[in-house]
Design a protein around this ligand. Structure first.
Ligand SMILES: [Zn+2]
Length: 494
């Protein structure tokens, strides 16, 4: 008995020791070698000029409306003319193609044809302001007001600030006499908010027809965030390396119709309700592997001891952690394909039994799941003689490929970012919304989605919402980061 207690004690001590050692070693990794550190110094930029330029850009209401009849071609044309006038050096030094009607593709020819080009991209269309909500804005959404070191208006965050910062960076580098060896493209889309079917799609087709294969592309996506990631109070950056897909399925329950005065025990709506409950009780399997695991592994290295202990010892705490992460809407969406029933329909009259009851369910696909695999899983979960699963119009966009976060492009972005923001945590992330990158991935070895601006919890409401705004300090930093990214993109031998 005494021996047994001794063995038990030894085992517990050993486990505690392993947990402690792993926790102590779970600290930020030294950077992967292969590319020399940024080398570029942080440039002095003129904050007032950048703010004024963004303010002017916001005053063009380049709105993407769902109803194409509302498209204002003259506003988009005027914006393009404004770009050429405001950034004369870029307009003169680079070749410009207008594609898909109003999207701009600038080519900054490099001297070495053996190096694969890179692409920096952003979009200048914006979402409309909800009619009647203008009153809720502190400053008019298309006024471009600058007050208290902040630029206000639609597009300040999404995504005119990126367009402006990229152009400021190119203008700055050209005036310094910088000549690229690796060709650099900039594209500025005009219909990203409608899926980029004209803009980014045309740019992609154009590049492909020219035989261009990009080493990497950098588009909008995640940010440097502060006080958003639980457990870390310092700024952290997630550079999105993939985006989720989307598919909508209909769960259809069939039954005999008839008069509601003599109903069967369970009609179509009852059968459908059971199916929805099954969907809710059986989320699409997910897990802590691949991209999600890497992201949490990197970020947790910056967390306090207790949190670090959990992430450093997934062999022991993995199960508990996964179920905790699945409880939160935000982290659950990172771990798996999500299930969201959004629409319901049944009978057309109060006293008529439905012959079909339909639930429309929107799924956001994790990169590990294909559309066909998902449909097979859903059919298996809701299986019932009266249930059918339909995919209306064969809709669906698969999740993107996962770009390599050990690759040169990721390192270039990460190093440039750290030169400006200091030694912050940088990890790969998964984009739960869509971007123009779904087009660009067709011509890029790797596609990254990230804006080098600092975003806090209070900024999040501004995206597509009310009181969208950006601090001038953020515009300065974004310009500095993009300038370094361009400079550092020249390294490498591919
Ligand atoms: Zn956007």
């Amino acid at each position: 008995m005494k021996k047994l207690i001794l063995i038990l004690f030894a085992v517990i001590t050993l486990i505690c020791l392993v947990v402690a050692v792993r926790t102590v070693l779970h600290v930020p990794e030294p950077e992967h070698s292969g590319i020399k550190a940024s080398g570029g110094e942080i440039r002095k930029v003129n904050a007032n000029d950048i703010a004024t330029h963004l303010s002017e850009a916001i005053q063009f209401p380049t709105i993407s409306n769902q109803d194409s009849a509302l498209f204002q071609a003259d506003v988009f044309d005027a914006f393009i003319q404004w770009v050429l006038k405001t950034y004369p050096k870029s307009a003169q030094r680079m070749q410009l193609e207008i594609l898909g009607g109003y999207s701009l593709l600038f080519k900054w020819q490099g001297s070495r044809a053996d190096l694969k080009p890179v692409l920096l991209t952003a979009h200048y269309d914006v979402v409309p302001v909800i009619p009647g909500s203008e009153e809720l804005w502190d400053h008019s959404p298309f006024g471009g007001v600058i007050a208290d070191d902040i630029v206000w208006g639609r597009g300040a965050l999404d995504d005119k600030s990126a367009v402006i910062s990229m152009l400021e960076a190119s203008e700055l580098l050209i005036s310094e006499g910088f000549e690229p060896s690796r060709t650099i493209y900039f594209s500025f889309g005009h219909d990203e908010e409608l899926g980029g079917r004209q803009g980014a799609a045309s740019v992609t087709r154009h590049l492909s027809s020219q035989g261009v294969q990009l080493l990497w592309s950098l588009d909008e996506g995640s940010f440097v965030t502060q006080n958003i990631m639980a457990g870390i109070s310092d700024p952290v950056a997630t550079i999105n390396v993939a985006e989720k897909g989307s598919v909508t399925l209909q769960i259809v329950a069939k039954a005999e119709g008839g008069h509601s005065s003599m109903p069967p025990r369970n009609n179509a709506i009852g059968v459908l309700a059971e199916a929805i409950t099954k969907l809710q009780d059986n989320p699409v399997p997910g897990g802590l592997e691949g991209l999600s695991a890497e992201m949490l592994d990197q970020l947790s290295r910056y967390m306090p001891f207790t949190e670090r202990m959990i992430f450093a010892n997934l062999w022991l705490f993995g199960g508990i952690l996964e179920s905790t992460l699945s409880e939160s809407q935000v982290t659950n969406a990172m771990l798996r394909t999500t299930t969201a029933p959004t629409m319901l329909s049944g009978s057309v009259k109060v006293n008529v039994l439905p012959i079909e009851a339909i639930a429309t369910v929107n799924f956001r696909l994790h990169p590990r799941d294909s559309i066909d695999d998902l449909q097979a899983y859903i059919e298996y979960i809701v299986a019932h003689p009266q249930i059918e699963v339909r995919r209306p119009g064969d809709n669906g966009i698969a999740a993107s490929a996962v770009s390599d976060w050990r690759s040169e492009g990721f390192q270039v972005i990460s190093r440039s970012l750290r030169s400006v923001y200091g030694d912050i945590a940088v990890a790969p992330g998964l984009m739960v919304a869509g971007s123009d990158s779904r087009h660009y991935t067709k011509v890029a070895d790797n596609a990254f989605r990230f804006n080098p601006i600092l975003v806090g919890p209070s900024d999040l409401a501004g995206f597509h919402g009310t009181n969208e705004k950006i601090g001038i300090e953020n515009l300065v930093k974004a310009t500095q980061v993009y300038a370094l990214i361009i400079e550092n993109s020249q390294q490498g031998s591919q």
